[in-house]
Design a protein around this ligand. Sequence first.
Ligand SMILES: [Zn+2]
Length: 112
Amino acid sequence: MDELPTCPGCHIAIRPTDYFCFNCGKNLHVVPPGTTPVDQIKLYAGSILLAPMGIFWGLKYLRENDDKAKIVGVIAMILSGVTFIIATQYTVAFINSLNSQVGQQLQGIEGF
Ligand SMILES: [Zn+2]
């Protein structure tokens, strides 16, 4: 089941014990973004709670060669994007209602 590890930079076969790729010199001990269920839950939750950040995290996953990581990245970006748009609309609606309330109160004061 386990394939030989390959360099994420040049895709040449490497030994798991190598610290740097002998072909392109890439650092091989950078931890790839995880795709376990726990990693995904953390990523999705973070994408919603810290909305625009999920787009950057998603991009990190899209750079992986793993199809599963790409799907996880796309989901995180969609979640984050949709949440950000909704949050922006709520904020705009809130400011608008605040503005109209303040306007009404000012009119009330002027009415005296
Ligand atoms: Zn390499």
